[in-house]
Design a binder for this molecule. Structure first.
Ligand code: TMP
Length: 212
């Protein structure tokens, strides 16, 4: 039996404030893993290409207004519409590097004042990440990085509040990296953490679900 072909992929999530470096680091991680011969794809949420994603995108660029609960549920729906594909990819052996996931969903909505348990409820039953890496940066430092792009949530006071909520969500599956380190150092730490995780998934760690 070729065990390699039966091994499942790992679900790796990158979280952090806006401008913490998630997007650059997902790109580097993708090339690092692919370079080592692992089947891997890079995903992101919100996925702005779907019908739901287009509504989210319009909201984020302030082209439309939505009630806080409504946009929360759209972000969640945007993950649900990708759930079965996500599961199929993992089962076929492809690892996924996902830039933002349910933790962004809860941290950003709870930072607006919505009840945290209410925010978590629609996420229950989505696939649980095998590893969540939080790129840790003080909100002030993030704000200094080339400025925010002007989307709805890119404001210092709000990001401080998001950071507080992220900390409340962190659990045993989380690892932190100091995102103020040089990019190469972040890249190296991230790669090591992820390779450990990919290996344990190959060895048969079961896929689990949020938020049990
Ligand atoms: P992006 O800049 O990574 O594309 O994310 C867009 C914004 O959407 C970012 O400020 C975080 C926010 N967000 C939520 O509020 N809820 C969610 O579920 C996700 C995935 C992102």
């Amino acid at each position: 039996i070729n065990h390699q072909s039966e091994a499942r992929g790992a679900l790796i999530v990158l979280e952090g404030l806006d401008r913490s470096g998630k997007t650059s680091q997902s790109g580097r991680l993708l090339s690092n893993l692919a370079g080592l011969g692992y089947p891997v794809e890079s995903w992101r949420f919100p996925d702005r290409d779907t019908a739901v994603g287009k509504m989210i995108s319009s909201y984020l660029s302030n082209k439309s207004q939505l009630d806080d609960h409504t946009i929360h549920l759209l972000f969640s729906a945007n993950r649900w519409e990708k759930r079965s594909l996500m599961e199929a990819k993992l089962k076929s052996g492809t690892s996924l590097i996902v830039d933002r996931y349910s933790y962004s969903g809860v941290a950003f909505s709870a930072a607006k004042g919505l009840d945290i348990e209410w925010c978590k409820a629609p996420e229950v039953g989505l696939l649980a990440p095998d590893l969540v890496v939080y790129l840790d940066i003080p909100p002030e430092k993030a704000a200094e990085r080339g400025g925010y792009g002007g989307e709805r949530y890119e404001q210092l006071e709000f990001q401080k509040n998001v950071a507080r909520h992220y900390k409340m969500l962190s659990d045993a599956s989380w690892k932190m990296i100091d995102a103020c380190l040089p990019m190469e150092d972040v890249e190296k730490q991230l790669k090591e953490m992820v390779l450990d995780c990919v290996t344990s998934c190959q060895k048969g760690k079961p896929i689990s679900q949020l938020w049990l």
